[in-house]
Design a protein around this ligand. Structure first.
Ligand SMILES: CC(C)(COP(=O)(O)OP(=O)(O)OC[C@H]1O[C@@H](n2cnc3c(N)ncnc32)[C@H](O)[C@@H]1OP(=O)(O)O)[C@@H](O)C(=O)NCCC(=O)NCCS
Length: 162
């Protein structure tokens, strides 16, 4: 990643993950979470392309588990002409419902603001109740649908002002 974001701690959350820029050495752990999280997971090449893309911010959240820091989740977004787009957000099944995606989203919104974005959007699978609930809780509105966006399912496009 060329536009590295500063290391930042999440605030006012039940857990305090260490959130930092994703690097190539994280990709083994990131890919194993990705494969457990999505029916059509991103490939290593897709993550590598994001790390090279100057418009992209990719970051990981680490937590202490059994005495060592492990990657528990990650997020990737772009900011283009004042508009942010969340491309990926995932939390390992081992660390769900602990507020980690909230921490990742809070971190993202702060970074998007810093990069002068004024709105953010994302696509989510219609069947992904957990993610839709998460984003709604975070102030996103369901704006419109993209038919067959995933090849096997429609996407709901959710938007929020920043
Ligand atoms: C969706 C996902 C990121 C949520 O991560 P998480 O760290 O477990 O979420 P949090 O603990 O921060 O939950 C925040 C809020 O989101 C909502 N939420 C999260 N998981 C939920 C679930 N399984 N069912 C319903 N609501 C859920 C709740 O409102 C929750 O608040 P609460 O715990 O106070 O009720 C995680 O389930 C995941 O990685 N899923 C697979 C990948 C994915 O779908 N990514 C999003 C692609 S658009």
């Amino acid at each position: 990643m060329t536009n590295r974001t500063p290391v930042t701690k999440a605030i006012a959350l039940p857990i305090r993950p260490d959130i930092r820029p994703m690097s190539a050495s994280d990709l083994g752990d990131v890919l194993s979470i990705e494969q457990r999280c999505f029916p059509r997971p991103w490939t290593r090449g897709m993550f590598e392309a994001e790390l090279r893309n100057p418009l992209s911010s990719a970051f990981i959240a680490r937590l202490e588990s059994n005495g060592r820091q492990v990657i528990a989740g990650y997020g990737i977004f772009w900011v283009v002409f004042g508009e942010a787009h969340i491309l990926n957000l995932a939390v390992s099944p081992d660390f769900r419902r602990m507020g980690l995606s909230r921490a990742l989203l809070e971190f993202s919104i702060i970074e998007m603001k810093r990069k002068t974005a004024s709105e953010v959007f994302l696509e989510v699978r219609r069947s992904n109740k957990a993610a839709r609930a998460l984003y709604k809780k975070f102030g996103f509105k369901e704006s419109f649908e993209r038919a067959n966006y995933y090849g096997d399912e429609d996407a709901i496009v959710m938007t929020r002002e920043i």
